[in-house]
Design a protein around this ligand. Structure first.
Ligand code: NPQ
Ligand code: MG
Length: 368
C-alpha cells in the first residue's frame, strides 16, 4: 500500500448548546478531517485538536502545519505493509500525537476498507454495543444543571460526568446525588483546574460515592496525583497526563491513578490506545473511552475501541445529537443507553456528501 495524497478539510460544526469546561466555553466545533488516498482505496481520520492549546499543547492550525510539512511528506514513496508501520516510520518527529493519530486513522480506514475488515474486528472488540455516559458542562446554576441531567437520564444515559472547577464542585455534586439517588453512576472531570494544596477541599467529594475524579491536577503532575490519592478516597482517573502506553504504565506504577481515560487522539492513535488498554488490563486498571466532541467519523472508531474487553466503565461515547443537530455521517443514536458498534468495512460510516459540503470551510490537497 502506498499513500497517493491526503486531503485536509476544515469543517465548522455548530454545537446544540454551549459546552463549558474549566478551560473555557465553546459554542461550535472547528475540526480538521483527513481523507487519505492510497493506491488501493481511501479512508477518513478526524483530528481531535481544539482551536487553541487549552486542553493539550496541540491546536488545530499546529496539527495542520505539522501534517503538511512533516508527517504526510514523511510517508512519500514509502511502501507500507499497513497503517501499523506509520508511527514507527514517523517516530523521528516528536509529539503532535493528535496530528499523527488522525493520519494513522485515515490510512488504517483505507487499509481496512480495501480488505473489508472493520475497526471493531481489527482492534479486538468483544461486544456489539457499548454502554454510554454523557459529559455535562459547567452550568450557570444548580437548577439548570439538574434540569440538564434529568434530560440526559430520560434519554437513557447510563452514567453522568459533571465538569467541575473551583467554585463549581461540591454543591453541584451534592445536588445531583441528592436529586437522582445513590444508584446513579456519577463522576467528575476537573481538566487540571486544581492544585495539590486543594487536597482537603477535594476530599469533601469523598462522601458522594463518585466513580472517579478525572484529571484534578496539571498534566505533568504525576507525583502530585499520587500524593493526592493518599488524601482522598475517590479514585483518581487520568486523562490529559496519559499520552502513551509508557506514561500509562508509569502513572499506574507510581500510584497516580486507579482508572484511565483512553482518548485515541491524545495518545497518537487507535493502535497506541489498544496498547494502553492492554497495559491497564494487565495491571487490573479499568479503562473507559473519552470523547472530544467528535463527528460520526471519530465517534465510529471510538465506539469500536470501547467494545474491547478492558473497557469496563461507560465512556463519553454519547449520541451524535448530544453535540450536533445534524452530524456529517448517519447519526449515532442511543438505544437503551447503548450505541451499536459499527460492523461495516473500516469505520463503517462515511460522511454524507451534501452535509459535508455545507460545513466545510476549506480544503487543501497534499500530493505525495
Ligand atoms: C475531557 N471531553 O474529557 C474532554 C474535554 C473537551 C467530553 O468532556 C470543545 C469544547 C471541544 C470542549 C473537547 C469531554 C472539547 C471540549 C474536549 C472539551 O476532558
Ligand atoms: Mg477529561
Amino acid at each position: 500500500m502506498k499513500l497517493t495524497g491526503v486531503e485536509m478539510r476544515r469543517i465548522a460544526m455548530p454545537l446544540v448548546s454551549p459546552f463549558r469546561t474549566s478551560f473555557g466555553t465553546q459554542t461550535s466545533r472547528d475540526i480538521l478531517l483527513l481523507r487519505a488516498v492510497t493506491d488501493q482505496s481511501e479512508g477518513w481520520g478526524e483530528c481531535v485538536a481544539l482551536p487553541s492549546p487549552v486542553y493539550s499543547p496541540e491546536y488545530i492550525d499546529g496539527a495542520a502545519d505539522v501534517l503538511r510539512r512533516f508527517l504526510i511528506p514523511g510517508l512519500a514513496g514509502v511502501e507500507l505493509a499497513g497503517a501499523h508501520q506509520i508511527a514507527e516510520r514517523l517516530s523521528g518527529f516528536l509529539g503532535h500525537r493528535m496530528a499523527l493519530a488522525a493520519l494513522e486513522t485515515a490510512v488504517l480506514d483505507a487499509e481496512l476498507r480495501s480488505e473489508e475488515r472493520s475497526f471493531a474486528r481489527e482492534l479486538g472488540a468483544v461486544h456489539d454495543r457499548v454502554p454510554c455516559g454523557v459529559s455535562v458542562g459547567i452550568m450557570s446554576s444548580v437548577p439548570a444543571l439538574l434540569e440538564a441531567v434529568e434530560g440526559y437520564l430520560a434519554e437513557g444515559y447510563l452514567r453522568i460526568k459533571l465538569k467541575i472547577e473551583p467554585g463549581w464542585d461540591v454543591e453541584p455534586v451534592r445536588a445531583v446525588r441528592e436529586r437522582f439517588g445513590d444508584a446513579l453512576l456519577l463522576q467528575v472531570d476537573a481538566n487540571t483546574a486544581y492544585r495539590l494544596a486543594d487536597a482537603r477541599h477535594l476530599a469533601r467529594l469523598d462522601p458522594f460515592d463518585l466513580l472517579l475524579i478525572e484529571q484534578p491536577l496539571p498534566e505533568e503532575d504525576i507525583l502530585g496525583h499520587a500524593d493526592l490519592q493518599q488524601r482522598i478516597s475517590t479514585p483518581i482517573c487520568l486523562d490529559e497526563s496519559i499520552t502513551s502506553a509508557q506514561s500509562a504504565a508509569a502513572a499506574i506504577r507510581l500510584g497516580a491513578c486507579q482508572i484511565v481515560n483512553i482518548k485515541p487522539g491524545r495518545v497518537g492513535g487507535y493502535l497506541e490506545a489498544r496498547r494502553i488498554h492492554d497495559v491497564c488490563v494487565a495491571q487490573g486498571v479499568p479503562v473507559w473511552c473519552g470523547g472530544m466532541l467528535e463527528t460520526g467519523l471519530g465517534r465510529a472508531a471510538n465506539v469500536a475501541l470501547a467494545a474491547l474487553p478492558g473497557f469496563t466503565l461507560p465512556g463519553d461515547t454519547s449520541s451524535s445529537r448530544r453535540y450536533y443537530e445534524d452530524d456529517i455521517t448517519e447519526p449515532f443514536v442511543l438505544d437503551e443507553g447503548h450505541l451499536a458498534v459499527p460492523q461495516g468495512p473500516g469505520l463503517g460510516v462515511l460522511p454524507r456528501p451534501d452535509r459535508l459540503a455545507e460545513v466545510t470551510t476549506s480544503t487543501e490537497w497534499i500530493a505525495l
